[in-house]
Design a protein around this ligand. Structure first.
Ligand code: CO
Ligand code: CO
Ligand code: CO
Length: 329
């Protein structure tokens, strides 16, 4: 994605509220004083065997970028690349059904799409939503002293790679599948409930927790500190890393982290890999004023998000580096 963004000219228009420049989740375009359109797209290859779950995850993942901006989904368009091949083309129906049902749960309609013949299946969507221009939540508002809150455990990249390699069964990653198919709608509503004090948000996906925290720090002009032992993770993930299951995307994220991360010496390679694990349909990462943290955690629990954990804090640091320590001081 970064490769594409480099080639885009800056959008010089007051109606453009959020564009590619700040590596935020979605584009935001103001159409009137009290309305802005939010648009995003995402697609990827299967990460689970069950086509219905794959469709639901693809939809939840695409819609997630709307929730991260504080937007309400309106409608979506499917993006489909699928082999015209006996045994595989039959799986498209249930995959689309999974996406349709998930979009409906989000209150959005799927109004169209486009499909092509491709050797490897890919599925995703363009998702369009709306938000009041004053209520857009970007990744650029984090302030020193804020707490960082995460709403889903990490480890989906490692688990889905282990599934692909035949090391684990789909049953062994049931809680991760449940989490990936969970809309970030509850987390978004919790942010709205809390209102004052929510300074920034983004969703955790391909760059891993470290990469998305760093994007937030860079966009906000601040530094950060993560508490490794406070980060919620799916069961069995650490063992899989120790056995050697580390996806390519996670390795690239680890390498990228060399630029900005300051790891506490004692932190194991396993922990570092986990924090860099490329996520699909991960949770929201929210920067919230310290004295509003309890209110946010309470609202997240009320909305039954898969996790509700304080994982770090924002500090003053113009170089936007990210320190990782074992736990809070
Ligand atoms: Co995102
Ligand atoms: Co995205
Ligand atoms: Co955002």
């Amino acid at each position: 994605m970064a490769q594409v963004l480099r080639h885009l000219p800056p959008a010089d228009d007051p109606r453009v509220l959020v564009a590619a420049l700040t590596r935020d989740d979605a584009a935001v375009f103001r159409t009137s004083d009290d309305r802005a359109i939010v648009a995003t797209l995402d697609f990827f290859t299967p990460i689970v065997d069950d086509p219905y779950s794959f469709g639901a995850i693809a939809a939840a993942n695409a819609l997630s970028d709307l929730y991260a901006m504080g937007a309400t989904p309106l409608f979506a368009l499917n993006i489909v690349a699928w082999p015209v091949e006996p045994g595989i083309s039959e799986l498209l129906g249930p995959a689309i059904q999974g996406a349709v049902d998930k979009a409906r749960e989000a209150g959005a309609f799927i109004l169209g799409g486009h499909s092509i013949d491709d050797r490897e299946p890919k599925l995703g969507m363009v998702a369009v939503g709306e938000v009041h221009p004053d209520r857009v939540i970007t990744n650029a508002g984090a302030r020193p002293g804020d707490r960082l809150v995460l709403t889903k455990p990490v480890g989906t990249g490692i688990l889905s790679t282990a599934l692909k390699q035949g090391i684990i069964t789909e049953e062994a990653m049931a809680s991760a599948i449940e989490s990936m198919t969970t809309l970030n709608a509850g987390a978004m509503r919790a942010m709205r409930d809390v209102g004052r004090g929510v300074h920034a948000a983004t969703d955790v996906t391909g760059f891993g927790l470290m990469g998305h925290v760093h994007n937030m720090l860079a966009a906000s002009g601040v530094g950060g500190r993560l508490f490794a032992n406070a980060i919620p993770r799916f069961e069995g993930v650490a063992d899989l890393i120790i056995q050697g299951t580390v996806p390519g995307g996670t390795k690239r994220n680890l390498q990228a982290a060399e630029e900005y991360a300051r790891w506490e010496k004692e932190l194991s390679q396993t922990t570092r890999s986990l924090l860099c694990d490329a996520q699909t349909s991960g949770g929201l990462l929210i920067a919230v004023e310290a004295d509003r943290t309890e209110a946010l955690l309470r609202a997240l629990r009320e909305h039954r998000t898969p996790a509700a954990s304080v994982v770090g804090e924002i500090v003053e640091d113009a170089s936007s580096s990210l320190e990782v320590v074992d736990g809070p001081a």
